[in-house]
Design a protein. Sequence first.
Length: 364
Amino acid sequence: MNERESYTYAKAGVSIAAGNALVKAIAPLARATARPGADASLGGFGGFFDLKAAGYRDPLLVAANDGVGTKLKLAIDSGRHDGVGIDLVAMCVNDLIVQGAEPLFFLDYFATGRLEAGVAEQVIASIAEGCREAGCALIGGETAEMPGMYAEGDYDLAGFCVGAVERDEALTGSRVEAGDVILGLASSGVHSNGFSLVRRLAADKGWKLDRPALFDQDVLLIDALLKPTRIYVRSLLPLVRSGRIHALAHITGGGLLENLPRVLPEGLHARIDAGAWAQPRLMAFLQAQGNIEPEEMARTFNCGIGMVLIVARDDMKDVSEKLEQAGETLFEIGAVEAGEKGCTVAGSSGIWSARTGWSATHHG
C-alpha cells in the first residue's frame, strides 16, 4: 500500500460482510434446534434460557466445554467438514449426561484465518445436527476471523454446553455399591480421542484414506475414521430420571482404565472383562497397524465402548431392554467389587489396572 491509501479491515484480511452473511445463512439452522425454554434465535449479545418453561422445579446447572482435537486436522485435510460439529456437541453433551443432566443449550466457537463461508456453513450445520440429536438448543456462538493465526484452510472449534438436573436426580456416584453390574454401550468408532496416534499411523504407514478400508471394503477408510461420535443423551435420559442408573462414565481420553474410577466412591473397584465384547474391526486394524500393546490401546482408545453404565443387578434386564429399544448396542462388561478405588481390565493378553480418582479428558 502507498502512504495515502486508506486502510480497511478487509485489506487486513477480515471480512465483516462475510461474517454477516454467515450469520444470516446459519440462522435457520439454529432456529431448527429450538426447544422449550429457548427459541434458538441468533443476533443478540447473549442467549436466554427459561428453566421454568423447560419444566424444572429445583434444578442444578451443569456446564461442560470441549473441542474435537486433532480429528479436526484429518477432517480439514480430507475436505470432510460435515461431521465434526456432531463430534463437538457429543463431547460436551455426553459429559453432561454422566452427571444426570439434560443438555439445554449450546454455544460454539469457530476460529479461522480467513472465513470460507461454505466450510463454515457445513461445520455449523453439523453442530446444529448434533444439537438436534441431543435435544438442546443452539443459542449462539462466535465466528472469529484472525489472519496470521491459522494456516490457509485451517480452523479450530470449541463448544460450551449447559444442562440441568433436578437436585435429587444428580448422578454423583454415591449410589454405586459392590455387586453392581457394569454395562458398556457400543461406540460408533474412534470418537474424538487418540487422533494424534491415528494421524501418525496414517503418515508412517502410507494409508490410502480415500480407498476402501482393509477391514471393510464397503467403507472408505477416511469415512470410518471420521465417523461422528455417538450421542447417548436421548437413550440415557429416561433411565437417569427413573433412578435406575447408579453412575455413568463417558469413555474418552484415558479409556476405560482412567475414566471409570472417576465415578466410583472410595473403597470400590471396577473389574472389566475385555473378552465380554468383540474388538471392533477398526480398533483391531489400528492395533495391528501400530503393533500397539493392549494396555496402550486401553488407555488411548475407547476400544468399542463409548459409555459405561453402573446399575443394580436386579435392574440390569429392564435397563438393557430399554437401551436396546432405543437403538443402543450394549454388553455386560464387568462388575463393581470392594477394594481400592480404581479399575482393572483383564483380557487374554494381560491385566491392566489404574488406581486414580480423576483423569484429565484430553483429545489427541
